[in-house]
Design a protein around this ligand. Structure first.
Ligand SMILES: *Cc1c(COP(=O)(O)O)cnc(C)c1O
Length: 397
């Protein structure tokens, strides 16, 4: 017998994230001639206003695509068949981007990782120093690896590339960090960064973004990977039909316009501070689940506290317990939807997404639902995680 449920399900998947009502309403529009001047003008402001979100003065490209599309755009615009790439392993997303690159005819050099630590800049530097003949053309890094919950240090990886005096392009996947965690594309010397609409940007899935530096634009002139839809060169125009390589994603753009207004109203520093505050409250709860009275065996997936991201928290259940069951009970009985473990973490971790349109009671409510699920399933955990999260928030003033 299926149960009727009321109220909203709390969405804590690490993408998609909650879509604010304002954005939903902004998208509720009739179709229109997307080449009409007011809409073209609105589109232009979207392209412009994305730049401060990436903290860049360079061009940003939009695709009717998800994050995987942006991955392919970044690679195919800048590289040639047989080029080598350095891919430090931080979790499933670094692996998957690397596998995509391989399928496009690129050669991957992995820096192996255990999915519980961020990127080691010394290892990056050492590997690049050994590349005397410059076969490595790009370093691919995931800023926040959504599979492991780990945030890596972008400026430190940039310094590693510079210390090795290496000319590789620096590509950073900011899909789970843009408008969530501090990211400064130009200041941090990033050549290509990419994002998707359904995470920190609070929109439905449907737009992929790439932002690129002068150096990346230069590289695109000699890059020989086949590309057409993704081609930056074609898209560097104000012609509405050409810059989207076809029909513009009209309703997504209405939503994005509203999202950019909302981001501007709150301001990036306040947005980043809010994500830090809410993520810290979640970590306060998880710490009690792991180490409090009655706890035993639950653990943060990220072993180093500074590498626990403000976008998503991955939590390991004690051996012998199934994280997928926690997830199912949390969703079906307590109306809290979370992410599960991907690939080698399947069954071992559940993941609380905390990006985008969230506030204190939403986070406390989600934590309460998850704690109830742990109790329902008799998963050993310290009692009082929610109380610890409240204590944290109260102490913040
Ligand atoms: C969500 C995510 C992706 C994949 O994005 P899709 O829109 O699902 O293709 C890639 N990288 C990171 C870091 C992500 O969080």
């Amino acid at each position: 017998m299926s149960r009727v449920t009321r109220g909203r399900e709390f969405l804590h998947t690490p993408g998609p994230t909650n879509i604010p009502d304002r954005i939903l309403r902004a998208m509720h529009q009739p179709a229109l001639d997307f080449t009409a001047p007011p809409f073209v003008e609105m589109t232009r402001t979207c392209f412009e206003d994305l730049k401060p979100i990436f903290q860049t003065t360079g061009p940003v490209f939009m695709y009717a695509a998800n994050g995987h599309g942006a991955w392919e755009a970044a690679l195919s615009n800048t590289l040639s068949p047989g080029d080598h790439l350095l891919v430090p392993e931080t979790g499933n997303f670094s692996m998957k981007w690397g596998m995509m690159a391989e399928s496009l005819g690129l050669v991957i050099e992995h820096l192996p990782g255990d999915w519980r630590h961020g990127i080691d800049p010394d290892a990056v530097e050492g590997h690049l120093r050994d590349d005397d003949e410059g076969r490595i053309k790009a370093v691919l890094m995931i800023h926040v690896d959504t599979a492991s919950g780990i945030v890596s240090d972008v400026p430190a990886v940039r310094r590693a590339i510079d210390n090795a005096n290496h000319g590789a392009l620096f590509m950073v996947d900011t899909i789970a960090s843009l408008a969530t965690v501090e990211f400064r594309m130009d200041e941090w010397g990033v050549d290509v960064s990419l994002a998707a609409s359904q995470k920190g940007l609070m929109c439905p899935p449907g737009i992929g973004f790439t932002a690129c530096s002068e150096k990346a634009l230069h590289a695109t002139q000699s890059a020989r990977l086949p590309r057409n839809y993704w081609d930056w060169r074609e898209r560097m125009t104000d012609a509405q039909y050409i810059r989207f390589c076809g029909t513009a994603p009209i309703h997504m753009l209405y939503g994005l316009r509203e999202a950019l207004d909302m981001l501007a109203e709150e301001g990036l520093p306040a947005i980043i501070a809010r994500h830090d505050r809410l993520a810290s409250a979640i970590r306060a709860a998880v710490e009690v689940w792991c180490d409090g009275d009655g706890g035993g065996g639950m653990a943060f997936n990220a072993l180093v506290p500074d590498e626990r991201s403000n976008s998503i928290t991955a939590i390991r259940v004690p051996p012998g317990f199934d994280a997928e069951e926690v997830r199912t009970v949390a969703r079906e009985r307590y109306q809290v939807a979370m992410g599960g473990g991907l690939e080698q973490l399947k069954g071992d971790v559940f993941r609380i997404g905390h990006m985008g349109d969230l506030n204190e009671p939403m986070v406390l409510g989600a934590l309460a639902g998850i704690e109830a699920a742990l109790q329902t399933l008799h998963v050993p955990h310290g009692r009082g995680g929610v109380a610890a999260a409240i204590d944290y928030l109260v102490a913040q003033g």
